[in-house]
Ligand binder design. Structure first.
Ligand SMILES: *Cc1c(COP(=O)(O)O)cnc(C)c1O
Length: 309
């Protein structure tokens, strides 16, 4: 993959801010789900699979990207979706356009219905490939170990060092990949995942589990102490979780669009950017070099603010 752009935004909150534009990955509005999906589909293309099964809400960027990549290959995509988050969005409209078959069920039934769908497909002689919600798992983690390597190469070429890396943390896969990259390279810096919904200790534990799973599979030995201290999952800025009415975030989104021409959304990137901004202020952090990772989700910008800019 061609490394995504790192853009110099200049002075911000007394520090020097850069932004890595994962939203410009050239497939289906990009984003971290597109980076992960490329690796999943490399495996699909090597195998004998004839359809894909995954899980996500109607606003899921993951489900949009997966159903788009499947459609581009003429493959059927089956999405199991929780009825608790099934309002129509630009993402769900696109899933339909891509011909995905969406099964809406109460959230507590999701696991069983996925198992049933996989079994039914196999019984019919089909060979489904299952992708966990959000692209969770070692392949998703690998995608962000690679992203971390891109960041290091940029630092090498530009002769700079990012003291902090901030981004929106959801299922924790993106964060697990970045932290594994840091641990493998023994780099000194703070990688701060801003939780968009999950609370600690559970939220952070999921990240730790993903890190251990990845390091074990790849036979990398790193002490628990080092893993513990590298994993910063901040749950102070979750607001009302995946729900979206937050005036402070909307104000930040408008300002960022006007000042930098940068679209953010209230669920992920806008919330993380707002969280980063408060994190820096609360701790009086200045004179640092900071990287914010724009993890994508551009269609959500229109759901959030399209009607009320
Ligand atoms: C899914 C998502 C995240 C969170 O990524 P995880 O790997 O699940 O932590 C962040 N930003 C956007 C735009 C997303 O779609």
């Amino acid at each position: 993959m061609i490394p995504t752009l790192i853009q110099d935004l200049g002075e911000y909150s007394g520090s020097h801010l850069f932004i890595k534009r994962e939203d410009t990955i050239p497939f289906s509005f990009g984003g971290n789900k597109a980076r992960k999906a490329q690796l999943f589909f490399e495996e699909i293309d090597r195998g004998e699979y004839d359809c894909v099964v995954t899980y996500g809400s109607s606003s899921s960027n993951h489900c949009r990207v997966i159903s788009n990549m499947a459609a581009a290959r003429n493959m059927k995509c089956y999405i199991i979706s929780p009825e608790e988050a099934s309002d129509e969005t630009y993402n769900s409209k696109m899933m339909r356009l891509f011909g995905a078959e969406i099964t809406v069920v109460p959230v507590e039934q999701v696991h069983d219905i996925i198992e049933k769908k996989l079994k039914d497909l196999r019984n019919k002689g089909s060979c489904p490939y299952f992708i966990a919600g959000g692209g969770h798992g070692n392949i998703g983690t690998q995608a962000y170990v690679s992203c971390y390597e891109e960041i290091r190469q940029y630092e090498d070429v530009q002769n700079i060092h990012f003291d902090y890396i901030f981004f929106a943390s959801g299922t924790g896969t993106t964060q697990a990949g970045l932290v594994c990259g840091q641990l493998i390279n023994k780099d000194e810096r703070k990688i701060v995942g801003i939780s968009i919904a999950r609370k600690n200790p559970k939220g952070r534990q999921v990240v730790l589990d993903s890190i251990h799973e990845y390091l074990t599979e790849n036979d990398v030995l790193i002490s628990d102490d080092n893993i513990e201290s590298a994993t910063i999952f901040n749950d102070s800025y979750t607001g009302n979780g995946y729900a979206k009415d937050n005036n402070k975030i909307e104000k930040t989104i408008r300002e960022m669009l006007i000042r930098y021409g940068l679209p953010l959304d209230t669920t992920y990137t806008g919330k993380a950017f707002q969280g980063m901004s408060e994190y820096l202020k609360e701790r009086s952090i200045t004179d640092k070099t900071i990287l914010f990772i724009h993890t994508g989700g551009t269609p959500l910008f229109f759901d959030d603010l399209g009607g009320k800019l």
